[in-house]
Each structure stands twice: as C-alpha cells, then as structure tokens.
Design a protein around this ligand. Structure first.
Ligand SMILES: [Zn+2]
Length: 90
C-alpha cells in the first residue's frame, strides 16, 4: 500500500493523460499534466477532439457532450502568433 494522493471521485483519462475530479454541485475539474486546471470542455477542445481512431476515443472518458457541455470561450489554445514567412529581415 503506497500513500498516494487521494483522488475522491476522481477519474483518469489514460488517453489524454489527465485527471478529472468530480465535485458535487461544481463542474468537473480537469487537472492537466502541466498548466492550470481546466474544464471538460477545455480538455475536449485541446485534446479529446483530436483522437482519430475508434480505439483512442473508446479509451477517452471525455467523449460525452452531455458531460463536457459546449465549448467555452478561451478553451482552445490561444492563437499562435502569426508568422510572416516573408519577413526574414535579411
Ligand atoms: Zn480524454
């Protein structure tokens, strides 16, 4: 028996490599391996929607639109800085 961190009502999405905590009366909290915690909709917009195969999707525990809800503003990665391929400053 190892004294690991208790994860009450927590689930781990092996496919996405995140921990999802369920708290009564609160939205589920997604704990990313790095960066701030997020929501299921954030997890979806950043990770889960990119699973390509049925096997990947079957392992993902965040494929249910009823659970994750609609995508929220700010869920997706911030826009990458635009790169002007012609601006070489040579
Ligand atoms: Zn997932």
């Amino acid at each position: 028996m190892s004294a690991s961190i208790p994860t009450p009502a927590g689930q781990r999405c092996e496919q996405c490599g995140v921990q999802i905590e369920s708290n009564v009366g609160m939205p589920d909290k997604v704990i990313f391996s790095n960066g701030p915690n997020g929501t299921r909709s954030k997890l979806w917009s950043r990770v889960c929607q990119f699973h390509k195969t049925a096997e990947q999707r079957s392992k993902c525990i965040n494929q249910d639109v009823e659970l994750r809800g609609p995508e929220q503003k700010g869920d997706a990665f911030p826009d990458a800085p635009s790169i002007d391929v012609n601006a070489t400053n040579s």
